[in-house]
Write a protein that binds this ligand. Sequence first.
Ligand code: IMP
Length: 198
Amino acid sequence: MLFPLPLLVIATRNSHKTQEIREMIGARYQVRDATDFPDLPAVDETGTTFLENATLKAIAISREVPGIVLSDDSGLEVDALHGAPGVWSSSFGGEEGNHAKNNARLLADMAGRTDRAARFRCTMVLAKEGEVIAHFSGTVEGRILDEPYGAGGFGYDPLFAPAGHDHSFAELGAEVKNSMSHRGRALAQVTQWLEENG
Ligand code: IMP
């Protein structure tokens, strides 16, 4: 007899995040997201850290849906820009979620800079019935390229080459990205925690 997979609701409407999470754990969990629950409230991301914003999303959504909720707050930190765009990664170009504008602003701000060091960070929070259960973080170091490369991934992926690679995340493809990404590293801790704690 087959048992249903445990339900995990991702507190996001970003289909790219859900897709990556599903690619990584979809064989072990029934992954849903906020788009599967049309009446959910929009959550204002008023925090100034990834942990604050991930916590706001996890608490708000877990009050409304059954079972365990997982939130993901993530972004890019660039050393030459003193850590920007950071928690404002999704609206860096002036329009929330407009990746083309975000990338154009990043390239403009990086013009002529020789220090290209950067990293993606992801903080994930698990919550149930409005209470935080646990939180985890993942990071991937790399550098900002001079122009966009590749068509895979999303967001800043065409401009980011992970350390040890000459190609962008958008060129490397989902399997390679997921094996080393900030999101993959945070999610590995989440699934280990869920397996150990039921
Ligand atoms: P959030 O939805 O507030 O967590 O903002 C996430 C933003 O960070 C996205 O809109 C992207 O701009 C950026 N970002 C986060 N993770 C990734 C990634 O894996 N690749 C490229 N950009 C990312």
